[in-house]
Design a protein around this ligand. Structure first.
Ligand code: ATP
Ligand code: MG
Ligand code: MG
Ligand code: MG
Length: 580
């Protein structure tokens, strides 16, 4: 039990000037957070209580899903990242640490460069490589709930897009793809259980399915008007995808479900007849999950869209393949076409035969490969044979890769697609062997054969979830916390703290509520009832018991739910005889 007068809840009447959305305003006004700098926040005592509850529920559900908790450093040797597959893209969003000290420390040998960890694939994969060598130790899934650092271009909306934030991140290691799919499903169920328990409405939407040839990635979206993401969905078919990925909504159903196409074959004669395929790897999203094959053939001249962040090496490779690099695409151009964000990495990975023929036929078109074969074809040094354009290649006019709009027919049901905004609160995907191959995370099977482990990667933004809960459920007066994560569940409002009889009743009630398992806050401040009620509504404690005044003389206390949902549709105050 806590007493308001001794606790610390600095509520405010005014919203901070930089708060554009309701949840950001309420976070600050209810005294849950305070800003230090752009994208940097202190969790105040009330906010920290919510974070603790979210963290604990998340931990329970991850444990139940079979994941094992550990803790990794947040300061990473840059070497760990250089050894991985996305250093170029990673640098753009990583904070880099100058380890050269002042004074005496400056005389020490300069340390290798350090970076602040934006995610941990590059850390956990080498760890697992060193610790796990046999199939007997697989599968394993490791998670942590810890701080992440990302130098976001536009930190905004309070905790929604911070530069330092708390994430649950998990990494699964399996012997084969079937195992990885099982780990993925277990985590998906774990996520669903987590979001249900914390009282959040979050839906799993497909992220990057068409090209991967299956549902290997889902984002968990909290529907909300102010969300950064657009969900394209169809109630009739159950289709739901992030609009960034919803170019797949344009893929005809028969192509979307098509078997692998062509024959993947080792590339024998580099140079002559190739088209480069591009891989879009928005930072933090593993490239294998984000795979896109896209070539823009314009003016009869293959013109490859190079994403920002593509390093010189890749450009050189392109040149060797006979491509004219017209110019790097601007972020504005990339976004609608590639579903990629500024800061993405472009890499030449695959090659398709007969570019000249394609160029002739498909000037001004974007070409997109559908089917599992495309994944294989994007291994370095491989290409696809016997691909039949039209049958195996979905060819879409350049312009059609722009955002899909609601009202267009769902490729599965034919019903008009709908759209709504959402906040990405969690993400799960199968990574495949991209990282395990790069870092040599292999195991030996029962026959002493060596294989790369098949990985999955998972994230939940805990702070973003806290704010998304507020965004989803608030009213003009303040927050309405769901019971499970409310900083306190019961608020006992003492109308007059000097009234000793009332204080005694308040204490008895608070103790009873505690015995029943609730976290209780007693508002014992020397304030007018109006101020107390306003603050109570603002901080959003689910159940309020008001003690004192005329009611107490009549032998009743007032009981009021903050949210109608919690009380059969009613927030009417009820008078409850003390004896009850
Ligand atoms: P976004 O698309 O919003 O930039 P992301 O796809 O880059 O997010 P992931 O790498 O998938 O994020 O990280 C997993 C989860 O971490 C996200 O689903 C989100 O809930 C949370 N998260 C990511 N970036 C931030 C941030 N800057 N501030 C707070 N939470 C974040
Ligand atoms: Mg991001
Ligand atoms: Mg995202
Ligand atoms: Mg994501």
């Amino acid at each position: 039990m806590k007493f308001w007068s001794q606790f610390f809840i600095p509520t405010l009447k005014e919203s901070p000037a930089d708060a554009e959305i309701a949840s950001h305003k309420l976070l600050v006004r209810a005294g849950l957070v305070r800003k230090l700098g752009a994208g940097l926040y202190t969790y105040m005592p009330l906010g920290q209580r919510v974070m603790r509850k979210l963290t604990e529920i998340c931990r329970e559900e991850m444990d139940r899903a079979g994941a094992i908790e550990l803790w990794m450093p947040h300061l990473h040797p840059a070497e760990s990242w250089e050894a991985g597959p996305r250093w170029a893209a990673g640098r753009e969003i990583m904070f880099r640490v100058d380890s050269a000290g002042e004074g005496a420390a400056a005389k020490l040998p300069r340390e290798p460069e350090l970076v602040l960890g934006p995610t941990h694939e590059e850390i956990i994969t080498p760890l697992v490589k060193n610790e796990i060598t046999s199939y007997r130790d697989l599968p394993k899934n490791f998670y942590q709930i810890a701080t992440k650092f990302r130098n976001e271009i536009r930190p905004r909306y309070g905790l929604m897009r911070g530069r330092e934030f708390v994430m649950m991140d998990a990494y699964s290691f399996d012997a084969d793809e079937a195992g990885a799919a099982q780990s993925y499903e277990a985590m998906k169920r774990g996520y669903e259980a987590f979001f249900k328990r914390i009282g959040m409405h979050a839906i799993a939407v497909e992220a990057d399915t068409g090209v991967m040839g299956g549902s290997f990635s889902h984002e968990f979206m909290a529907p909300a008007e102010i969300g950064d993401d657009d969900i394209i969905y169809c109630e009739a078919s159950g289709y739901a995808a992030n609009r960034e990925k919803a170019t797949s909504a344009l893929v005809p159903a028969d192509l979307a479900d098509a078997a692998p196409v062509g024959e993947v074959e080792k590339f024998a004669t580099p140079g002559a007849t190739t088209i480069a395929a591009l891989e879009a790897a928005p930072y933090g999203v593993p490239a294998s999950a984000q795979f896109k094959t896209l070539v823009y053939v314009g003016d009869g001249q293959p013109f490859v869209v190079i994403l920002r962040g593509c390093d010189e090496l890749e450009e050189a490779k392109l040149g060797a393949l006979g491509f004219t690099l017209v110019r790097p695409a601007t972020p504005e151009e990339i976004e609608p076409i590639m579903g990629a964000k500024p800061g993405s990495l472009g890499a030449v990975k695959g090659r398709i035969q007969k570019p000249d023929a394609l160029a002739g036929i498909f000037a001004d078109h974007a070409i997109r490969l559908i089917g599992n074969g495309t994944t294989g074809a994007n291994e370095d040094g491989y290409h696809l044979r016997n691909v039949n354009v039209g049958r195996d290649l979905a060819v879409t006019r350049f312009g059609d890769f722009r955002r899909v709009h609601e009202g267009e027919p769902c490729p599965r049901s034919g019903q008009p697609l709908k759209s709504r905004r959402g906040i990405e609160v969690g993400h799960i995907f199968v990574l495949g062997t991209k990282y395990s191959e790069r870092f040599g995370a292999v195991y030996t099977d029962a026959e002493k054969q060596t294989h790369p482990m098949v990985m999955g990667s998972y994230g939940i933004g805990i702070g973003r979830v806290m704010q998304a809960l507020i965004e989803q459920d608030h009213d003009g007066d303040g927050i309405r916390w769901p019971w499970a994560v409310a900083p306190f569940q019961v608020l006992v409002t003492l109308l007059d703290p000097k009234d000793e009889a009332a204080a005694a009743v308040a204490k008895t009630l608070a103790e009873a509520a505690e015995r029943a398992g609730a976290d209780v806050l007693v508002d014992d401040r020397d304030e007018r009832p109006g101020v107390k009620f306003k603050d109570a509504d603002l901080i959003g404690i689910p159940l309020r018991l008001t003690v004192g005044g005329r009611g107490l003389k009549e032998g009743v206390v007032e009981l009021k739910w903050r949210s109608a949902v919690a009380n059969q549709g009613s927030t009417e105050a009820r008078k409850i005889p003390l004896a009850e």
